[in-house]
Write a protein that binds this ligand. Structure first.
Ligand code: PMV
Length: 319
């Protein structure tokens, strides 16, 4: 039997502010990364990811080679390599957690090959170390959702007195269901590390202003949570649009994101925002009953788009 896969993620509220200790809410994309083939070997780790057309090995002289060398050092057990084939449902570099999903899948695969069944929390911790190679100083949100799936409320310093079940020291499980979301990719490439560094500069220049904007995000998140609890997609969309307005004021939007959001409005969506680091990458919309129309409109305008449904977010996604 092949090991469990890993989830992609859609950040509903709180990207960037999460890096500064504010809460963020994200939902796992079930089976964002699936394992389709796995064999132990004595040589270096080799991976293939379809449909990204990506091949790499521990000997590769690039970032992925560095990730694989780190992986080999981190995972306990017999010193074996592996050949692994992965199939991704999510595009790379689109703010949908592709690197964290890859990291979690690789940790699970190598642990299996080396005869270890690691608990999820250890998988997450090791994946977080790989995410550091990809992104510098990730908040941990992506690797949490990639490991556990479902709807997760995350905060770097954790939650005291939460009424929700904790899944890690930093995240609690929100037991409410998420409506079908429409996710789009601007196809504008950008680096998360670069976008995070840009916000850091703004925060250092004017901490009070940027913290005030982060507090506005906190209030959008609180409204979004209430809307999810009462199964109110209009309220959820409205709160997401307000979060987008703040992200835009932080300089994280771009013409393509603005165009996708305007199109979502014209197609009757209740709200839309960028998801992930911004400056390109992904957009997410709530468009109850109009998901297919919005998907078609985004595709017609030259963007990639998918409708993503969830199987009741209180449950762990089938991995
Ligand atoms: O674009 P992504 O999927 O790498 O998401 C980044 C989310 C940030 O909040 C901007 C960074 C982080 O580490 O949480």
């Amino acid at each position: 039997m092949l090991p469990a896969a890993a989830c992609g993620k859609i950040i509903l509220f709180g990207e960037h502010s999460a890096v500064y200790g504010h809460p963020a809410l994200a939902v796992g994309i079930p089976e964002g990364m699936k394992v389709t083939g796995l064999a132990p070997c004595d040589g270096p780790i080799r991976i293939r990811v379809s449909p990204w057309d990506l091949r790499a090995s521990e000997a590769s002289d690039d970032l992925l080679g560095e990730v694989l060398r780190r992986l080999s050092r981190l995972v306990p057990g017999e010193r074996l390599g592996m050949e692994v084939d992965l199939e991704s449902r999510i595009p790379p570099g689109a703010g949908l957690g592709s690197s964290a999903a890859l990291a979690v899948a690789l940790v699970r695969c190598l642990a299996r090959v080396r005869g270890k069944e690691l608990p999820d929390e250890q998988v997450r911790l090791l994946a977080h170390k790989l995410e550091k190679v990809f992104h510098g100083r990730p908040s941990g949100l992506d690797d949490t959702v990639a490991t556990y799936g479902g709807l997760c409320l995350f905060r770097r310093d954790g939650f005291r007195d939460s009424t929700h079940r904790s899944i890690t020291g930093q995240a609690v499980r929100i037991p409410w269901s998420v409506p079908t979301l429409v996710v789009g990719d601007t196809k504008v490439q950008r680096s998360t590390a670069h976008m995070v560094a840009g916000v850091r500069r703004r925060w250092e220049d004017d901490t009070r202003r940027v913290e005030a904007l982060f507090e506005e995000v906190d209030s959008c998140l609180a409204d979004g949570l209430k809307a999810l609890q009462r199964e109110d997609p209009q309220g959820l969309g409205g709160a997401m649009s307000r979060n987008q307005d703040v992200l835009s004021r932080l300089g994280l939007s771009c013409p393509e994101i603005d165009e996708m959001i305007a199109l979502a409005g014209r197609e009757g969506a209740s709200g839309a925002k960028l998801t992930g680091a911004g400056g390109g990458g992904g957009v997410v919309a709530v468009a109850p009953g109009r998901e297919e129309k919005l998907k078609d409109a985004w595709r017609k305008a030259g963007f990639d788009a998918w409708a993503v449904s969830f199987n009741g977010s209180g449950r762990r996604d089938p991995t």
